[in-house]
Design a protein around this ligand. Structure first.
Ligand code: CU
Ligand code: CU
Length: 349
């Protein structure tokens, strides 16, 4: 090392030590026993000593016990899909009306304009059985051309990419439901990112011919909203309303078998995760046997999966996206497992 290099190293070291001392002087370590409110932490990172402040959005929710109501999520999207029923004459008919003048409360008190299928975001949960003739009529009541693109196997002209449906027009998609599994549907009109982002997405469940074991069912779409269009989502949600199932926990019974259909329709990786439990995983819903027994599954863009589980102990359990920022910005909720009736009765005796 040359003399000049040694001098430079010494100067740099002294500068770093001085900076470190200055930081220690201004730092205000959190005293033991004091509860730090997260929103306060976001505003005053100095209060956290040498720790970095939490990520953006993490002041929104502080994991209060669900009994203590923190906010009003407003209207709740019913997570229970329609039951599997036989199609009359093997034909399953749906009408999906697109409108562009919806208003959605994406988070408590945050209302944004949305485009809707039948007035809701996500669109209605459609259900068919493998082999059914599915007929979906799109009615475009908007001011722009729209389409419906279904995932699954079908002819090219039923793919909803070229067949732009003009404002005031309609188009009927017809195909044989295949394969069984979770098949998202969404508008594919250009720019697709805008049409999807504005709310034009939903889920179709195709049941295997032999059916699945009957159990309590839930359908959950993971998506997000970038309100200021800066390329970063501001709210993430189960079924398009941040924290709605935190405000309105989903009631389950102890020991009750549950099947959750999950789809990621946003353009980021998501990681659905259950607390206090494990689930049997059926990727894309295209198998009858589970491929994995786990408590978290990373879903890539447009990926989906069936999760089957049951809770052995009563209480409140979080179900969340394990991407912490997504959870903190709305992708979490509570499963309220109630004590099974006869168990409760035995205890009282
Ligand atoms: Cu569209
Ligand atoms: Cu798609």
């Amino acid at each position: 090392m040359s003399g000049r290099a040694i001098v430079a190293t010494v100067v740099l070291t002294l500068a770093l030590v001085a900076a470190g001392l200055a930081l220690l002087g201004t730092a205000n370590p959190v005293s033991a026993g004091r509860t730090v409110v997260l929103s306060e932490a976001v505003e005053a990172p100095a209060a956290h000593g040498h720790h970095l402040p939490p990520t953006k959005g993490s002041g929104l929710y502080q994991f209060e016990h669900p009994g203590r109501r923190q906010f009003d999520a407003g209207q709740v999207f019913n997570p229970v899909p329609p039951p599997p029923t036989p199609a009359p004459d093997g034909v399953r008919e749906f009408t999906l009306v697109i409108e562009e003048d919806g208003v959605l409360e994406v988070a408590p008190g945050v209302k944004v304009p949305v485009w809707t299928f039948n007035g809701t975001v996500p669109g209605p949960i459609l259900r068919a059985t493998e082999g059914d003739r599915v007929r979906v009529t799109l009615v475009n009541k908007g001011r722009l051309p729209h389409t419906i693109h279904f995932h699954g196997i079908h002819p090219a002209n039923m793919d909803g990419v070229f067949e732009l449906v003009a404002p005031g027009g309609s188009y009927t998609y017809e195909f044989i439901a295949a394969p069984y599994g979770i098949m998202p549907y969404h508008c594919h009109s250009m720019p697709t990112s805008q049409h999807m982002h504005n709310g034009l997405y939903g889920m179709m469940i195709i049941d295997p011919k032999e059916g699945r074991k009957p159990m309590k069912e839930l359908a959950m779409i993971m998506s997000a909203f970038d309100l200021d269009r800066d390329g970063e989502a501001d709210f993430y949600a189960w079924n398009a309303r941040a924290f709605q199932y935190a405000d309105h926990p989903i009631e389950l019974e102890q020991g009750e078998p549950v099947r959750m259909y999950v789809a990621n329709v946003f353009e980021e990786v998501m990681a659905p995760h259950l607390h206090g439990n494990m689930f049997h995983l059926y990727p894309t819903g295209t198998t009858l046997q589970p491929t994995e027994y786990t408590d978290v599954k990373t879903l890539g863009i447009a990926e989906r999966a069936i999760l089957e589980f049951q809770y052995d102990f009563p209480g409140y359990y979080m179900f969340q996206c394990h991407v912490s920022e997504h959870m903190e910005q709305g992708l979490m909720g509570w499963l309220h497992v109630k004590e099974r009736q006869h168990v409760a009765a035995q205890k009282r005796r």
